[in-house]
Design a protein around this ligand. Structure first.
Ligand code: MF3
Ligand code: CO
Ligand code: CO
Length: 274
């Protein structure tokens, strides 16, 4: 067990927390910075860019804003962002890899502002991409929109999962089962788990003041994934393309507040086709 495991064991006690106005204020700041970080990266996600350079830009941006990169040194992870390209499902590690025209890439960033975590990811098209890649990305964005639309007090985590799964499968794509959304706040990965599949009415009942992420991973092929020898990089077993997007949200009296909305309107960056 590492030091971070011990610390997390203290903080993640299985209880689902609810938060008041100061929590919402804290999450707005953290979520906005995560969104601004991905806004800042947008013009740099072009053919020829090295993924480690995007990671450095994100790290400097976060530190320059007086915040901390939550992933850096988290459970042995050594980068600020995850960059998951093509058949990488999530937790791709930035490095020497050069992005090429036609790639689709998810960039996932988490910043800590005054102790609060803003966790957020988007899909980027690297130059023009194939029509099937663009369609997968659009299905993924529509799935998170449907998941968020299911959020309100009295609804359940199963309602969220069902909204996502039923839509994704109706589009002949599949939902990854091995990773889920999570409660967050002062803790990075807290209760409850937010599965991206499920049955209406099942799971935890949502209450105003709960904070969690929704972060569906959608594959063009089968849902199964495997983690590579680096201990992080998750890929589709059938090598089919995968896409993901993530928001941090709070449950309000009548729905959801998205903490990671893009000030520049770039949550779904435009994707060109070849
Ligand atoms: N940001 C990821 C999430 O959505 C977690 C990445 S953990 C890391 O929960 F260590 F891989 F960065
Ligand atoms: Co997350
Ligand atoms: Co994330």
């Amino acid at each position: 067990m590492s030091t971070t495991d011990v610390l997390e064991a203290e903080y993640r006690d299985g209880q689902i927390r609810t938060h008041g106005p100061e929590g919402f204020e804290g999450m707005r700041k953290a979520g906005r910075l995560a969104a601004e970080c991905l806004d800042m990266l947008t013009p740099h996600v072009v053919p020829g860019v090295v993924t480690d350079d995007l990671d450095r830009m994100a790290r400097e941006f976060i530190l320059d804003h007086g915040a901390l990169p939550a992933c850096l040194f988290y459970r042995g992870y050594s980068k600020t962002v995850c960059i998951s390209v093509n058949h990488v499902v999530c937790h791709g590690i930035p490095g020497e890899r050069v992005l090429r025209e036609g790639d689709i890439a998810n960039i996932d960033v988490t910043c800590i502002v005054d102790g609060w975590h803003g966790d957020h990811s988007r899909m980027y098209g690297v130059g023009p991409v194939s029509a099937r890649s663009k369609r997968l990305v659009e299905v993924t964005y529509e799935s998170i929109a449907r998941g968020i639309a299911a959020v309100k007090p009295g609804a359940t985590t199963g309602d969220i999962g069902h909204a996502i799964q039923s839509y994704v499968e109706s589009m002949r794509c599949s939902v990854v089962r091995d990773f889920c959304g999570h409660g967050l706040g002062k803790v990075f990965h807290d209760a409850p788990n937010i599965l991206h599949f499920g049955q209406p009415g099942q799971g935890e009942v949502l209450k105003a003041g709960m904070f969690f992420t929704i972060e569906p991973m959608v594959n063009l092929g089968k849902p199964s994934v495997k983690v590579l020898a680096d201990g992080w990089t998750a890929v589709t077993r059938d090598k089919s393309l995968s896409a993901q997007c993530e928001h941090s949200i709070g449950v309000t009296e009548d729905g959801a507040e998205i903490f990671t909305a893009s000030p520049a309107g770039l949550f779904q960056p435009p994707i060109e086709t070849a």
